[in-house]
Design a protein around this ligand. Structure first.
Ligand SMILES: [Zn+2]
Length: 228
């Protein structure tokens, strides 16, 4: 569906032609009809689609990543508790960050096919509520009904991170459009290696550790979710 040049455009250029605006976010053009269907479907079930995050460019992901490496943004453990990163080796820090943040270029949010969602009705009734995107909000808290519904009733979307596969932790707020499967299969390991060795990634912190673990990153943290 997308060749290497087109993938570079989609991932690295935020103003590329593949994206359409929705709720102040950007989504991949051809998923818009599925997003509108989802919005209506949720409305009929007394829920409201509120997008917390959709397309994210390489630059935004790189800035999240680098801030975590530098201790300017919290790094959380598997239970969403803040980690004291001062005693970690660079390699340990690298993998702790990967629990919740994809390595830049390997975030599915780069494709515009992914949505992090919350229930807009709750957010309107509780305007001061700050959504944290942690498990408890979706398993027992304010977005429980939303997660319960989306777990089994989605059309053309699915929850890629429902089970802990040893890579990224389960993310009940994250849904993925089926089209992502095609884009992921276009994005080969060879393309990822080209990225790692190109100037495009020269400003990423801990790049040497990514290069050393490129196979693991690609196969365990990116690909497995293709078939979930
Ligand atoms: Zn997400």
């Amino acid at each position: 569906m997308l060749n290497k040049k087109e993938l570079i455009d989609l991932i690295f250029n935020e103003d590329n032609a593949y994206l359409t605006d929705f709720q102040n976010h950007k989504v991949f053009n051809s998923i818009l009809s599925d997003v509108l269907y989802l919005e209506e479907d949720l409305r009929q079930n007394n829920l409201e689609l509120h997008i917390l995050s959709a397309y994210r460019s390489f630059n935004s992901q790189q800035s999240i990543w680098n801030q975590k490496v530098l201790g300017q943004r919290d790094v959380l453990d598997e239970r969403s508790k803040k980690i004291d990163i001062r005693n970690l080796t660079n390699e340990e820090l690298f993998f702790k960050i990967l629990n919740w943040s994809a390595f830049p270029t390997l975030s599915r949010h780069h494709f515009g096919t992914e949505l992090d969602i919350a229930d807009g009705i709750y957010l309107q009734e509780n305007p001061r509520y700050q959504c944290q995107m942690i498990d408890s909000e979706y398993l027992t808290g304010p977005f429980k009904n939303l997660f319960q519904y989306t777990k089994s009733n989605l059309k053309n979307f699915y929850h890629p991170y429902q089970k802990d596969l040893g890579g990224i932790k389960p993310e009940p707020w994250h849904i993925s459009n089926n089209i992502s499967k095609e884009i992921i299969s276009d994005f080969t390991y060879e393309i990822f290696l080209d990225f790692l060795n190109s100037d495009l990634l020269k400003d990423i912190l801990l790049l040497d550790i990514a290069k050393k673990n490129s196979k693991l990153l690609y196969h365990q943290y990116f690909l497995p979710r293709l078939n979930v």
